[in-house]
Design a protein. Structure first.
Length: 273
């Protein structure tokens, strides 16, 4: 997995995105993700996409995923606008989520048709469309997500694998060997706390996810071992540090970005062994 380092915007808390971009660049990251709401806030504060492009050029930084815009796979409504916004920033990918109560696993034909249409729109701009299963979503299982990708049958469709969600979801940290490693187009990396004594509720999962993730290697998820296994299976995808943490949010963005880069380098060194 010899790719440049990515950083997920949530790792740097709720500060203005342009400040995140400067911190990420200073720390040595090649790409930084952006939420749709952050893009909107930038426009509200007077930035246009041309000036954002100039900022990115000056920092030698590019946008990773355009996140938080496609929130359901029931239909592709709004996808054309989302793709246009992502393309304006030169984003590598769009994240596809299921944030409703709808069950994609019970509507595979509909979900795959939605993904296919989003992928076709994104493909016109060289953008990937990546499903991200997350632990308290109706789509929390990479096996179901992989079936949707397979049925959609688009070269730019794939999976965004988040190590935290893989551990806290039904797969308990082990990706099904039947999943084609070529489907994994990006890996978001963060660590978990101890395994809960009892099955956590959706609210408990969401609380840990948003407030208490840990840097890779600082928790109980054996992240290095997981990445070793993925690499051995032929997964070759960029890695992005994604650690939502109240503790990190209390620190300066430059400090968090540097810690993230140190963690990234440790993981890369481990994978090179």
């Amino acid at each position: 997995m010899n790719h440049p380092p990515y950083l997920c915007t949530g790792t740097l808390g709720r500060i203005p995105w342009e400040d995140k971009a400067r911190a990420a660049s200073t720390a040595g990251f090649a790409r930084l993700s952006i939420y749709q709401w952050e893009h909107r806030k930038l426009h509200e504060r007077g930035w246009d996409d041309e000036s954002l492009g100039d900022l990115l050029d000056s920092l030698d930084l590019r946008v990773a995923e355009y996140d938080g815009a496609v929130m359901s796979m029931q239909s592709p409504d709004g996808a054309e606008e989302t793709v246009a916004k992502a393309a304006a920033l030169g984003a590598r990918s769009i994240t596809v989520l299921e944030h409703s109560d709808w069950l994609p696993g019970e509507h595979l034909a509909q979900a795959s048709a939605t993904l296919a249409e989003i992928s076709d729109l994104a493909g016109e701009h060289g953008i990937l469309a990546l499903i991200e299963p997350f632990a308290w979503s109706p789509l929390n299982d990479h096996r179901v997500a992989a079936e949707i990708v397979e049925r959609a049958d688009r070269p730019n469709a794939g999976l965004l694998l988040d190590t935290w969600h893989l551990w806290r979801g039904p797969e308990r940290g082990r990706l099904d060997p039947a999943i084609d490693p070529a489907m994994i187009k990006e890996i978001q990396v963060g660590d978990t706390g101890p395994t809960p004594a009892s099955e956590p509720t959706r609210d408990e999962l969401a609380d840990e996810c948003i407030h208490h993730r840990l840097m890779p290697g600082d928790g109980h998820g054996n992240i290095a071992g997981m990445l070793d296994e993925l690499a051995d299976r032929g997964v070759d995808a960029p890695m992005a540090i994604e650690v939502f943490s109240d503790e990190l949010n209390a620190l300066e963005a430059d400090v968090v970005a540097c810690r993230s880069m140190a963690s990234f380098k440790k993981l890369k060194a481990r994978l090179a062994l």
